[in-house]
Design a protein around this ligand. Sequence first.
Ligand code: PEP
Ligand code: MN
Length: 339
Amino acid sequence: MIIVTKRGVTQDELDHIRERVEALGLRTHVSQGEHRTLIGCVGDEERLQSVSLLSIPGVEAVHAVMKPYKLASREFAADPTRIPLGGVQVGGQEVIVIAGPCSVEGGDMLLRTARAVGAAGARALRGGAFKPRTSPYSFRGMGEEGLEMLAAVRAETGLPIVTEVMDTRQVELVASYADVLQIGARNMQNYSLLTEVGRLRRPILLKRGMSATIEDLLLAAEYIMSQGNPNVILCERGIRTFGTATRNTFDLAAIPVLKKETHLPVLADPSHAGGRRDLVAPLSYAAIAAGADGLIIEVHPEPESAASDGDQSLDFDEFASLMSTLRPFVAAAGRTLAS
Ligand code: PEP
Ligand code: MN
């Protein structure tokens, strides 16, 4: 249930509305917009039937939310959520690009990559220290040593770091290094992990599961938010279909659908979606045209010798060229490229 308050509602009125709702055992979340204030009510909505909400001073309208997700729903927030990252806001007017290697493979390659992507306009550095690999025999990341390298490169370049957390046992460790914690596609429905990162206030980059519907993705975001962490960034990275021409099937329509359904920022990952270097640029353009708030892109100093995802990684020149050819698409979408 969402309560829309009247213009100029007073603090006393707001407090009174919340007290009435909370007395019935529901929780309230206030969303203060520029023009109006919304009160979201979470819990057993049946109980609200016993009160005439419209007769409470300061209440203008009451809307039932039929969606299974509430905190993540567009109706729940008066304004789009903007998440500060490296001097810009994800979900604001600017389009943000996050770039870096699939995996942290060493301090030197990481620093070189950070410098190259930063110079080309990336606003954050990605790199996995803990890698979810389909085969247990593949390179599974450098672990804490990789996190230390990420922190050292952040200190050197000023770029905030985005890195994956795979397990509830690693949340504290990863959170002690990362500016943004990534939940990978394979863990999108790891509900213990979602609950654990929900206890943080650090931004969470939540990637869509390979066979997750949009509703599944939004319910996963709801898990995080229901624990008190409102800083969730969604990411469309392709889903598994019967198609074999690309690594995954990039669900372009998911971007405008998500922008309609939720107030959370939406990024696209053209690297994992296409799985091929030559597809990264066209999928990036399409994502921006479809309304994505930013991109996360894999870049490696020598893609052919990358320990993971070399086929889809851009080299430094390819990344710089993508950043310049992206600009007209960003402008056509009525946005500016944060750089
Ligand atoms: C990654 O970002 O390197 C990764 C493993 O992504 P995903 O979880 O989308 O497969
Ligand atoms: Mn990867």
